[in-house]
Unconditional design. Structure first.
Length: 198
């Protein structure tokens, strides 16, 4: 197929990006996928594995970046038959910053994620080089759990700031860039230039 005009004419060359943070967390990787509703509340089908995994990522990010989760006042539960009270956003009890601006990084961001999952005995017997099976969870589900954990850590204000995403799934102790010797994740986050080079 012949291009109608040169690709380089489509957009100016962006200024180089700068890696901002390198984060490594260990634990059992869990993808964030299906949500079930119980008594009007959404619960992840694998919450027992997902919660400790997201906590491990969030704590590793906080240690590297020096951030803390937004901590608001406790929510008052409405009594039966009572309407839930609308409370305006409250500042974080730790730093006094409002939730809408509580987060270290601002502007557009890029992120690279490498999840190292444990190889099952069956996969090892088959000689699987890559974790291309259902038990290792979908790669987009892994990315979602990492992004949400970094939001909890207040690495950024909102994961909508991520405009570049590279995610890979490898065996722990196996092949691949940033593969770990044990289950976990390696995360690179960088700030993207907001101006283009002349």
């Amino acid at each position: 197929m012949t291009a109608l005009f040169p690709v380089e004419d489509l957009a100016p060359e962006p200024a180089p990006s700068l890696i901002t943070f390198d984060i490594t967390a260990y634990g059992t990787p869990a993808g964030q996928g299906r949500v079930s509703f119980f008594k009007g509340r959404g619960v992840h089908s694998n919450a027992d594995k997902l919660k400790p995994w997201r906590k491990a990522i969030s704590e590793a990010a906080q240690e590297v970046a020096g951030t803390h989760p937004y901590t608001g006042p406790p929510k008052r539960k409405a009594k039966p038959g009572e309407k839930a009270e609308k409370v305006p956003p409250q500042p974080c009890k730790v730093c006094g910053i409002l939730p809408s601006v509580h987060g270290l990084l601002t502007g557009p961001l890029g992120i690279e994620i490498t999840v190292s999952v444990e190889q099952s005995t069956a996969a090892a017997k088959r000689g699987d080089v890559w974790p291309a099976n259902r038990t290792s969870s979908d790669i987009d589900h892994h990315a979602r759990s990492v992004l949400d954990a970094l939001t909890t850590a207040s690495l950024w204000r909102d994961d909508a700031q991520v405009v570049e995403l590279c995610a890979r799934k490898v065996w722990a102790g196996g092949l691949g860039i940033d593969a770990l010797t044990e289950p976990g994740v390696v995360i690179h986050v960088w700030q993207l230039a907001t101006a283009v080079a002349p």
